[in-house]
Design a protein around this ligand. Structure first.
Ligand code: SF4
Length: 481
């Protein structure tokens, strides 16, 4: 599906803002206030809760713009995949010692191609291994071509209580350009059926910035979507990804590249239309009204624990069940058959695990939290950094103060957050803020080393991302060292 609740912060992007790509301690500036290096920060007291993401890796057709971890295969041994998803969910819940799962999100691929039986089996496994509260948000990403009313009813019976439908466009020519399997009429039918079964809990995804898409066409499409949608909309700027058919057409000169100013205008037009329609712009790419925010995705943006199950799924949790006391970034094996072999052998298919340093955790918290309109609260920051407050890092003269004076950023009793217009420029603001964090965190500079230059004015850009949560993935530039 086109939607991602959130894909993990690209480590390379944060590293790009880190002087020389080094870890804590490489910054040239002084520590907070006196210039003394902060004391080592203990790992935050991790609550025994986590969100859980489940990846269904199969699609029926390859969309022209998609570089997600998905596979188009003639047949899927669903019973085998189901057994492995169940086994891995149990294993990772045991490893994390998570007592309560706050939300579950089935993403893909096209998880609406899985049978309701598979969804039910995974949810039963989760509820058997940890507490899954009644009413916890359980979302399924759905493709309009696999959402008949009967199928949707089956998903509801299985335990799904929220749908995220990959509409992408309500224009048949645009859908063909995107290589989508469905028509605009099918998308309309899917949303109407979903709203009947999941009232107030049906989200739609739309893409903008398609080659040759005009501002008027985008505004008309969004107006049509507003006439159709429920209380949650995700808007993603189309990103050209290496290896995709669409990127080949654009880079080969067959299709034009949308101009940056047009993309920025499209984003601002959409924001104005949605706000006028009563939506809260609560995250760079996400809008909700009547309180219909995605609690699962908020878990990512608040840097809470999450467990990733299935091929290529990512997680962030403390593996307390094996004696761990530090948060790890984990990635499951990408390829489904290899992943299944590993799950059968070891109980899980974790391919890579990296202990995150306290600075890396703060960098993620900053990059993700600033995506939301609530920003990074003092409480949340203090959870990860009990000794070095948000004000100690960003309240001193430096890049953050410059950005506040320019109206892009706010630091007050609530915490640190972007202004409404700063949210659209987050990609440009982040490098300077990450540099400031790294300098404050760093031990004193070696004699004779110069301080890093300031961040400078942000560049004008549109949202810069398509899939929510990838803002950090487009951070560019270093700290000027
Ligand atoms: S439905 Fe299309 S966009 Fe979604 S994962 Fe499959 S190929 Fe990619």
């Amino acid at each position: 599906m086109a939607t991602r609740g959130w894909r993990p912060v690209a480590a390379a992007a944060i590293a790009a803002a880190r002087p020389g790509g080094g870890g804590p301690g490489r910054g040239p500036g002084a520590g907070p206030g006196s210039g003394a290096a902060p004391e080592p920060v203990p790992e935050p007291a991790t609550p025994a809760t986590a969100a859980l993401y489940v990846h269904w890796p199969y699609c029926r057709k390859r969309c022209s713009y998609c570089n997600f971890n998905k596979y188009v295969v003639p047949t899927v041994d669903e019973a085998a995949v189901r057994a492995c998803l169940v086994q891995e969910a149990r294993t990772l819940l045991h490893l994390s010692q998570v007592q309560s799962v706050t939300s579950v999100f089935f993403g893909g691929g096209t998880p609406s191609l899985a049978s309701p039986r598979t969804i039910a089996a995974v949810l039963e496994a989760v509820a058997g291994a940890a507490h899954l509260p009644m009413g916890a948000e359980v979302t399924l990403e759905a493709n309009p071509s696999s959402t008949s009313p009967a199928r949707l009813a089956g998903f509801r019976e299985a335990g799904i209580n929220r749908l995220s439908i990959g509409v992408q466009s309500l224009d048949d020519a645009e859908l063909r350009l995107l290589g989508r399997e469905h028509t605009a009429a099918e998308a309309r039918g899917a949303v109407e059926a979903a709203r009947g079964l999941f009232p107030g809990r049906t989200s739609i995804d739309l893409l903008f910035g398609l080659p040759r898409q005009s501002q008027d066409a985008w505004a008309r499409g969004l107006a049509a979507a507003l006439g159709l949608c429920d209380d949650h909309i995700s808007l993603y700027q189309l990103t050209l990804e290496r290896g995709t058919a669409l990127a080949a057409q654009v880079w080969g000169g067959t299709l034009p590249t949308p101009p940056q100013d047009l993309l920025a205008d499209m984003y601002q037009t959409a924001r104005a239309m949605l706000v006028a329609a009563g939506f809260r712009h609560y995250e760079v790419s996400n809008f909700a009204r009547k309180g219909a925010l995605s609690t699962h995705n908020l878990s990512y943006w608040r840097a809470e624990q999450y467990i990733g199950v299935g091929p290529g799924a990512h997680g962030r949790f403390v593996p307390r069940g094996e004696g761990g006391c530090s948060r790890e970034a984990r990635v499951q094996t990408l390829e489904p058959d290899a992943w299944m072999r590993e799950v059968r052998s070891h109980g899980h298919g974790t391919r890579r695990r990296v202990v995150l340093s306290p600075l890396e955790q703060l960098e993620e918290l900053l990059a993700l939290g600033l995506r939301t309109d609530e920003g990074v609260t003092h409480e949340r920051w203090g959870h990860f950094s009990p000794q070095l407050s948000l004000r100690a890092v960003f309240g001193e003269p430096g890049e953050a103060q410059d950005l506040q004076q320019q109206g892009w950023l706010l630091l007050d009793g609530g915490g640190l957050r972007c202004s409404a217009r700063g949210l659209a420029l987050l990609d440009s603001l982040l490098p300077a803020l990450l540099c400031q964090l790294q300098r404050r965190w760093a031990p004193p500079a070696a004699p004779g080393r110069a301080a890093a230059p300031g961040g400078g004015a942000p560049r004008r850009s549109p949202t810069g991302d398509r899939a929510g949560g990838e803002a950090a993935g487009v951070v560019s530039g270093g700290c000027g060292e």
